[in-house]
Design a binder for this molecule. Structure first.
Ligand SMILES: Cc1cc2nc3c(=O)[nH]c(=O)nc-3n(C[C@H](O)[C@H](O)[C@H](O)COP(=O)(O)O)c2cc1C
Length: 150
């Protein structure tokens, strides 16, 4: 059975909702998945799973979640060659060029540390709606398919 870990950061709950949608879809697809809040997690936990997912909020003009900075730095030091990764997150389109920038920043780190992108980054505007759920379900399916082929 494939294994996955979903790490999320949230202030007002939108990104936990996104993480829940992804986690539930993994469960439906028969993946052994765990979900964890970023300040409680250690980046090295990704060494123990097949599929790595990060779901961060973006704050203050493109900033990463403050409580996720240690995790972000530790992630840079990992060698995740052979792992499948995906990044998704909720931001606010109001912030234009900084919309969901933390999602893109995490995605770049995974690319630098050798992980394979199993699905394109997903940006969700504020709370996930029906259309976003469809996109997140497809995102999760793509991750599972990429892992099966790896
Ligand atoms: C002070 C402040 C700054 C923000 N800056 C950004 C930003 O730069 N880019 C972005 O996409 N969203 C930004 N947002 C919007 C949040 O990312 C968005 O509301 C998100 O859904 C919050 O996620 P959460 O409910 O998981 O905490 C900002 C929100 C606040 C209150």
């Amino acid at each position: 059975m494939a294994t996955a870990k979903v790490i999320f950061a949230t202030i007002t709950g939108n990104n936990e909702d996104v993480a829940d949608i992804i986690t539930e879809k993994f469960e439906k697809l028969g993946v052994d998945v765990t979900k964890e809040e970023i300040s409680q997690a250690d980046a090295t936990e990704f060494n123990d799973v097949d599929i790595c997912v990060v779901v961060p909020y973006t704050y203050d003009e493109g900033a990463l979640p403050e409580e996720g900075l240690d995790f972000f730095d530790d992630l840079k030091d990992l060698d995740l060659t052979g792992k499948i990764y995906g990044c998704a997150g909720s931001g606010d389109t109001f912030y234009d060029d900084d919309y969901c920038k933390a999602v893109t920043d995490f995605s770049h780190v995974f690319q630098q540390n050798g992980a394979t992108q199993g699905a394109k980054d997903v940006f969700v505007n504020l709370a996930p709606e029906a259309e976003d759920i469809k996109t997140l379900d497809a995102f999760t399916e793509q991750l599972v398919n990429a892992q099966a082929k790896a």
